[in-house]
Design a protein around this ligand. Structure first.
Ligand code: ARG
Length: 462
């Protein structure tokens, strides 16, 4: 990046150039050059609106469009020389345009300010990013469905307090993840919808004296409409906070999935095998296979939560309208986007490749007295009040603990010692298959219900 003395764009009232350190300290081009496509698209739409409103001549308009296209080609072919002295992406591009086409380039900034320009660029950038995120969320949903279809009737322990609670199906567990991602998608969609309004034409803060048509530039850029109030247009960063907030909730979900994958792949659980390509080894312990991807995603949730807090504090107490503080929104937004897209990509690739160790899942379910509630429900069906049934089964479990046996491994006579109402049909209730099959209602864990949930999910994903 090259340096330049007194700033071309606003140096008029200054008698000395900016201190070299201050110039670098206040510049944003190092990171906001990521929005060059949006900046050029915004400028083209603005120029077209100016032309249609007879504010710009045909000749100037043509030169601007051609020049901006060339600038974009220069950037994309690596020929563009970004300059710190030109502060940000907006002034770098405008200056390059003027170098190419002369005075017409200087007319582009008629009826706008960098304040509405940057507010437009970042919304366009985020809108595009939200579409990429939606694609990855959808891919993850399809990956979850894929695994759930294979494992819809696989029995595993369901946990509460991380203690074995009741038998469930692995497909049911996976479809719980699907529900979380479903809500994440809808949150990001809401964020996109609320954000998709054009600040262009709000100018510095109060609007402009030219006969502009804000509806036209909004339409040209694919916005729903122009924003209502010029002060709010240049200073609103709610969309950045909403984005970071939706991203934080998503990352919280991914950290929960990650934690389960980490636990399940330890020898202590041994419920799943993560394919080698998502794991790494240890340089000192030859036996190790570490679940790096879920661990890293679990860790990355922290930086996203941090950015949410950073953006909230950035906006807190800011008086209307634009303040230089607002330049600080870019890096958190970019980092949240990169982190979310990377984490989603890894998860969408990994989830359908998870191998369930069905035998281990089954064994663990059996060892944990997971059908104790089923025995209580059985007694209730025989006329016993639930609280009494709970007490009776508790005693049976104690015998099981003392003699290292599951309830289903006790004889009928032994069970009848706890209640004379117990008959031979009790063993149907005590099997794991019987237990999951019996939870056969909307939202329940019965394989038939999981299948139905998967079919509904396929329709939703689209
Ligand atoms: N680089 C600035 C930003 O990111 C652009 C707007 C600057 N406006 C101004 N009046 N200094 O917010």
């Amino acid at each position: 990046m090259s340096e330049q003395k007194v700033n071309q764009q606003w140096g008029g009232r200054f008698s000395e150039s900016t201190d070299a350190f201050v110039q670098a300290f206040t510049a944003s081009v190092q990171f906001d050059q990521r929005m060059y496509r949006e900046d050029i698209a915004g400028s083209k739409a603005h120029a077209e609106m100016l032309f249609k409103q007879n504010i710009l001549s045909q000749e100037d308009f043509d030169a601007i469009i051609l020049g901006l296209t060339e600038v974009q080609m220069d950037i994309e072919s690596g020929k563009f020389n970004w300059s710190i002295a030109l502060e940000d992406v907006h002034m770098n591009i405008e200056s390059a345009l003027t170098d190419k086409i002369g005075i017409a380039g200087k007319r582009l900034h008629t009826g706008r300010s960098r304040n509405d320009q940057v507010a437009t660029d970042i919304r366009l950038w985020l809108r595009n990013t939200l579409d990429l995120i939606d694609d990855e969320l959808k891919r993850l949903q399809l990956g979850i469905i894929d695994l759930a279809e294979r494992e819809y009737s696989t029995i595993m322990p369901g946990f509460t307090h991380l203690q074995v609670a009741q038998p469930i199906t692995f497909g049911h567990h996976l479809m719980a993840w699907f529900e979380m991602i479903k809500r994440d998608r809808s949150r990001f969609q809401d964020c996109r919808e609320r954000m998709n309004y054009s600040p262009l034409g709000a100018a510095a803060l109060a609007g402009t004296t030219y006969p502009i048509n804000r509806h036209l530039s909004a339409e040209l850029l694919g916005f729903n409409a122009p924003t209502e109030n010029s002060l709010d247009s240049v200073s609103d960063r709610d969309f950045a906070i909403e984005f970071a907030s939706s991203a934080s909730i998503l990352m919280m979900h991914l950290s929960r999935f990650s934690e389960e994958l980490v636990l399940w792949s330890t020898p202590a659980f041994d419920f799943i095998d993560l394919p080698d390509r998502f794991c790494t080894g240890s340089s000192i312990m030859p036996q190790k296979k570490n679940p790096d991807v879920p661990e890293l995603v679990r860790g990355k949730s922290g930086r996203v939560f941090g950015h949410l807090m950073g953006l909230l504090v950035l906006m807190k107490s800011q008086p209307l309208a634009y303040n230089k503080d607002n330049q600080e929104d870019k890096e958190p937004i970019f980092d949240v986007a990169d982190t979310v897209l990377g984490s989603l990509r890894a998860f969408a690739d990994m989830v359908p490749a998870i191998i369930a160790k069905k035998d281990n899942m089954y064994l663990r379910t059996k060892l944990g007295f997971s059908t104790a509630t089923d025995l209580a429900d059985y007694l209730v069906r025989k006329g016993i009040a639930f609280r009494d049934a709970h007490e009776i089964v508790g005693k049976a479990v104690k015998l099981g603990v003392d003699t290292s046996r599951d309830l289903s491994e006790m004889s009928l006579e032994e069970l009848q010692n706890f209640s004379s109402l117990i008959e031979a049909d009790v063993f149907e209730a005590l099997t794991l298959e019987g237990s999951v099959n019996a939870r056969d209602h909307f939202g329940g864990t019965a394989p038939a219900q999981v299948k139905a949930a998967i079919e509904r999910a396929k329709v939703i994903v689209g």
